[in-house]
Design a protein around this ligand. Structure first.
Ligand SMILES: Cc1cc2nc3c(=O)[nH]c(=O)nc-3n(C[C@H](O)[C@H](O)[C@H](O)COP(=O)(O)OP(=O)(O)OC[C@H]3O[C@@H](n4cnc5c(N)ncnc54)[C@H](O)[C@@H]3O)c2cc1C
Length: 431
């Protein structure tokens, strides 16, 4: 007996974990749609280009994509090319796994000035995401401020600090590498409203900042010797490790390193100053009273030509969705019968890649509980609709063509030279 027809919108980790779980639970055809011609979501366009080991997780998604029952349909944007309503008419099960693609806005005066970017844009630019390859951020500045105390902020300062040699085994596009190489950046500031104890850096990422060949990390406050308050054992261990790492930065040899990465804690951005473009940014110093963050009234100003905020993400609004507080309204993955959510769109933009696995299992369980066999046509009806709408769609084989082309054109030791526009990708696949 054939299981319910399934379509998953989004081919990032949560989309692929959901597909994998469903193949284990139901005898269903599973279609995965993505707005880009290429699969894997933030693994390709978010995870830092110098963290190739992390990107290797996509080989397990490839195994899922190559299963007989699974089919990839790239270059279809749901909400534009096809509506959610249409997909619900064609499929028994529709899974939303579209991530959280937009930047949370820095809500302060001056945040619209030239030279102020959100991390989705900036990371997309140095990762060759087709949406952002034309961003052209002006890196002609000595000082850069990155706002946020999570791993995305760390990624950004690391990519801006590494030498071309250190980036040689990455897949950063040439335009971004050149721009960073030519830039006179000397001082980077990573600024958090709260302190080192509250920072969300994972320890491996933080430690890496102490191993850069041309950049020295500097911590601008006295670090606590012991932790106050109560933490889970896991949190306590992580915080203690991070404090130890931050302390160890003071022993790093500063001479012969041209760049400085300043960790500025307890500073809240209040205004970005400039006429057309950013000239400086003002912060107010803060302090914690218990868990309450209080402003102290003390202002500091940093001259800079580039401000990047890495303060979280929010999903795009697609007709047919109720999005509230950064997630689609859902009850443990269930939006309504036959309509489910997984990944960042379900829980918000937190957690590591593996965190999305449980979401896939949750959705497979829900679908299994609510459906036993196929009622709606699914794939056959989608293919008909694609033809009637004259959509240009990539298959997984097309992605493999793009993948081998990119690998073939790489300059060793770089793993690939990314194709940067959708037009070029479609041309290569003769679509
Ligand atoms: C900059 C950055 C770096 C990160 N680095 C790491 C790391 O090093 N290690 C780690 O463990 N985690 C990392 N993460 C977290 C990890 O990437 C996420 O946990 C994971 O990608 C979330 O998966 P997702 O499937 O929910 O969303 P995504 O990965 O964003 O996938 C969503 C997919 O949906 C598609 N889509 C969106 N809208 C539509 C639409 N309308 N129609 C069709 N398709 C659509 C997108 O193109 C995309 O392919 C990082 C996150 C960011 C932002």
């Amino acid at each position: 007996m054939k299981g319910p027809s399934v379509v998953i919108i989004g081919s990032g980790p949560s989309g692929f974990y959901t597909a994998e779980s469903i193949t284990k639970n139901l005898n269903s055809d599973i279609d995965i749609i993505d707005r880009l011609p290429t699969p894997f979501g933030l693994i390709r366009g978010g995870v830092a280009p110098d963290h190739q080991t992390t990107k290797k997780i996509s080989s397990s998604y490839t195994k899922t994509a190559e299963k007989e029952k699974v089919k990839f349909f790239g270059n279809i944007e749901v909400g534009k090319d096809i509506t959610i309503e249409e997909l619900r008419e064609l499929y028994d099960v529709v899974v939303l796994a579209i991530g959280s693609e937009l930047d949370n806005k820095l809500e302060i005066k001056g945040s619209n000035l030239q030279g102020v970017y959100g991390s989705a844009e900036f990371v997309g630019w140095y990762n060759g995401h087709p949406d952002y390859v034309n961003l052209e951020p002006n890196l002609n500045t000595k000082n850069v401020v990155v706002i946020g105390n999570g791993n995305v902020a760390i990624d950004i300062v690391r990519v801006l600090s590494k030498t071309s040699e250190e980036m040689s085994d990455s897949d950063i596009p040439g335009y971004a590498l050149d721009s960073i190489k030519k830039s006179p950046i000397k001082n980077l500031y990573i600024v958090g409203r709260r302190g080192p104890v509250e920072a969300k850096f994972t320890n491996v990422e933080l430690r890496e900042m102490g191993k850069l060949s041309n950049c020295v990390p500097i911590v601008n406050i006295d670090l606590p010797n012991e932790l106050k308050g109560s933490y889970t054992e896991r949190d306590q261990r992580l915080i203690e490790k991070n404090l130890e790492t931050l302390k160890s930065f003071s022993t790093i040899e500063k001479n012969n390193k041209e760049k400085k990465l300043n960790f500025n804690f307890f500073q809240k951005p209040i205004e970005i100053i400039g006429d057309e473009k950013v000239d400086s940014i003002k912060f107010e110093k803060t302090k914690l009273e218990g868990s309450e963050l209080r402003s102290t009234g003390e202002i500091i100003e940093i001259n800079c030509g580039l401000v990047i905020s890495a303060i979280g993400y929010t999903p795009k609004d697609i007709p047919g969705l109720n999005i509230n507080d950064g997630v689609v309204e859902n009850d443990n993955g269930r939006i309504s019968k036959g309509f489910y959510a997984a990944g960042w769109i379900r829980r918000g933009p937190t957690g590591v890649i593996g965190t999305n696995k449980a979401d896939g299992e949750l959705v497979a369980e829900l679908a299994n509980k609510e459906f036993k066999n196929q009622i709606k046509d699914g794939r056959a009806a989608l293919v008909k609709m694609i033809k009637s709408k004259n959509l240009k769609v990539t298959s997984f084989k097309d992605w493999e063509k793009i993948d081998s082309f990119e690998k073939k054109n790489a300059v060793v030791p770089a793993p690939r030279k990314k194709i940067l526009t959708i037009k070029e990708m479609l041309n290569l696949c003769k679509i």
